[in-house]
Write a protein that binds this ligand. Structure first.
Ligand SMILES: Cc1cc2nc3c(=O)[nH]c(=O)nc-3n(C[C@H](O)[C@H](O)[C@H](O)COP(=O)(O)OP(=O)(O)OC[C@H]3O[C@@H](n4cnc5c(N)ncnc54)[C@H](O)[C@@H]3O)c2cc1C
Length: 568
């Protein structure tokens, strides 16, 4: 006998598993449909090689930490290659091409398909929004969000990042640049602080020579090995992995309720609706396509939740021919990012941090931050060498550094490094500190996700993405780049290189289905009853600069409550 779920959730990334777990705990039956693979589930022992024997998994006993560890090889290219890596945006079968997005400009649009979604390789920074960016702008107040932030912070859990060499150097520079420690979760003034990260505290035996590295990596707690970007397969069991991506945190908790099933390798191609007696549209289910077999079927439910991320949620709305709303897909923000990298000499480092290297990869990948309400924020990025070479020195709107000798007294170089310049920069990699600039990005109607009128793939018209920052966002980014450079100089950097990232560098995608325009204050669509949103797209704005996921998770927790009250 086939029983339809009460609720279908589309997408198991930053938001989907959160609402699924909360609804499951309320006794509501949920089916989560996810387009990508499931790493670490015994039902799919070779997830990239074949489709497995079953379609869904709901038993927490299916989750296997050792399997997860064998599949997340930690090899940068195997995991992160945009075309064929396990964390790519594309089908589970790696022999196939990635799923196409048309972005007419120079771009990186970094998202992952799979149970855990883009949180599989995120840095786990989990700050709250800036209160001033919520109050007086969003239809709901910051105070309303606080209990939900608290619940998310306790569930993941979120802890302040431990201090490693790169953080000590950053704090030293930030203090010399005139900033002070901001001891708060609710940042209303500027200041630096350790990142509130969804990463377990360090393993207590980390410095004990009686334990080998291998032994430590099977124990509870962060190993400080810097593999956040490669998924972090470190811990005694699947659900105790140190970095708290949703696949290892919320997914097992959802399964434990006994009310939630997850189905990977399933792409939702249409949201199905019917007319009510009063003539309004309401969601009744979805049409899906099995990404291995191409088989198409329909699943029915009383409520549908879209949590497919900022590109696919509006794409799906439009491909489903849901009612026209000019704001669907509009208002895209991305924190208009940039990077500056300081290179230090050994003596300076010895004097300041007592070590001749920074070793940026040691510790949490992003472990300390400077909040600057009104402008955005600055945070440390300690990527592994391959990703550093790519994003710090390989991708820029300035073109090749060599072709335009420094145009500013602030930076020794700007733009792409190649050949001997790149070799030199990477030889000094262990003595670098990189700061990422994350701008309070203004919402603009022109920035958008729309359907490409000419190109379709197996899931319908593909998304076309346009983003150009506003003048205000550009000015804020310039100011932050100068502040970050000053911090590096004050810390003793001998050279500072500015990446000058192109505007279409998409890591923090937000606000394409904005609250107050497409969804109401409870995240239900104005034009389609029983259709909710629980991903970054429901954000009214870019939160003032803070990383978005914790706010999405707080909102999803709140939405579960409101949805359950209204319909169950
Ligand atoms: C390198 C990197 C580092 C980051 N670090 C941080 C950080 O430290 N802190 C932070 O807050 N944010 C960080 N982010 C951003 C973070 O990953 C996102 O904010 C978060 O994952 C967004 O959650 P989401 O649910 O909106 O989308 P996603 O996590 O992208 O999830 C969407 C899910 O839906 C699935 N899906 C899409 N379409 C369909 C469909 N039609 N049918 C079925 N399934 C579908 C996708 O496969 C995916 O699993 C980082 C991102 C990157 C790339």
């Amino acid at each position: 006998m086939k029983t339809d779920p009460d609720v279908i959730v589309i997408g198991a990334g930053g938001g989907g598993p959160v609402i699924a777990k909360e609804l499951g705990e309320l006794g509501i039956n949920v089916l989560v449909l996810e387009s990508g693979p499931w790493y670490g589930n015994k039902k799919w022992p070779e997830p990239n090689e074949n489709r497995g024997e079953v379609k869904t998994s709901s038993d927490p006993g299916d989750l296997d930490g050792l399997l997860y560890r064998s599949q997340l090889t930690r090899l940068e290219n195997d995991m992160n290659d945009f075309v064929s890596g396990k964390f790519r945006w594309g089908s589970t079968d790696r022999r196939r091409t990635p799923w196409y997005r048309n972005i007419p400009d120079q771009a990186i649009l970094w998202q992952t398909a799979g149970i855990g979604g883009s949180t599989i390789h995120y840095y786990a920074n989990s700050p709250r929004a800036f209160p001033d960016a919520i109050n007086n702008e969003w239809p709901i107040s910051y105070d309303e969000l606080i209990p939900y932030y608290e619940k998310v912070e306790a569930t993941l859990p979120v802890e302040f990042a431990p201090t490693t060499t790169k953080d000590a150097l950053f704090y030293f520079g930030a203090e010399k640049a005139g900033f002070s420690l901001n001891k708060t979760l609710d940042a209303t003034t500027k200041g630096f602080r350790p990142q509130p990260n969804a990463i377990l505290p360090p393993n207590q035996h980390l410095m004990d020579p009686n334990y080998s590295m291998e032994e430590l990596s099977h124990m509870e707690g962060c190993t400080l090995s810097g593999h956040c970007g490669q998924g972090c397969p470190y811990g005694p069991t699947y659900e105790k992995m140190a970095k708290r991506s949703t696949n290892v945190s919320y997914v097992p908790l959802a399964m434990k309720t006994g009310n939630v099933s997850f189905r990977p390798n399933t792409f939702v191609t249409k949201v199905l609706t019917e007319k009510n007696a009063n003539g309004n549209d309401h969601a009744t289910g979805v049409q899906v396509r099995d990404t291995w077999t191409g088989e198409i079927e329909e699943c029915r439910a009383k409520v549908v939740v879209m949590a497919a991320g900022c590109i696919e949620t509006p794409r799906l709305w439009r491909n489903s021919d849901l009612p026209y709303n000019p704001w669907v897909g509009r208002g895209l923000t991305n924190h208009y990012m940039d990077m500056v990298t300081g290179t230090f000499d050994e003596k300076t480092l010895m004097d300041i941090v007592g070590s001749s290297t920074v070793n940026p990869f040691v510790g949490h990948t992003s472990s300390a931050r400077l909040d600057y309400p009104g402008l955005g924020m600055i945070e440390i990025i300690g990527e592994s060498p391959g990703l550093s070479a790519q994003s710090l020195f390989g991708f820029s709107q300035s073109g090749y550094n060599r072709l335009h000798p420094s145009d500013s007294s602030l930076w020794d170089g700007r733009g792409r490094l190649v050949g001997s310049e790149l070799e030199e920069a990477m030889e000094a990699y262990r003595r670098t500190l990189t700061l990422s600039i994350i701008t309070d990005d203004e919402v603009q109607f022109r920035n958008r996700v729309e359907l490409d009128p000419h190109i379709k793939d197996e899931h319908g018209a593909v998304p076309r993405v346009h983003y150009t920052p506003s003048e205000k966002s550009k000015q804020r980014r310039e100011q932050l780049a100068k502040i970050a450079t000053n911090i590096l100089r004050k810390a003793g950097a001998k050279k500072v290189h500015r990446t000058d990232l192109p505007p279409n560098y998409f890591i923090h995608l937000q606000s394409t289905m904005r609250m107050g325009f497409v969804v109401d204050g409870s995240c239900e669509a104005y034009q389609v009853e029983r259709l909710f949103i629980a991903d970054n797209s429901a954000d009214y704005n870019s939160l003032g600069g803070p990383n978005p996921t914790a706010t999405t998770q707080a909102l999803a927790t709140r939405t579960a409550e409101l949805l359950a009250d209204k319909y169950f």
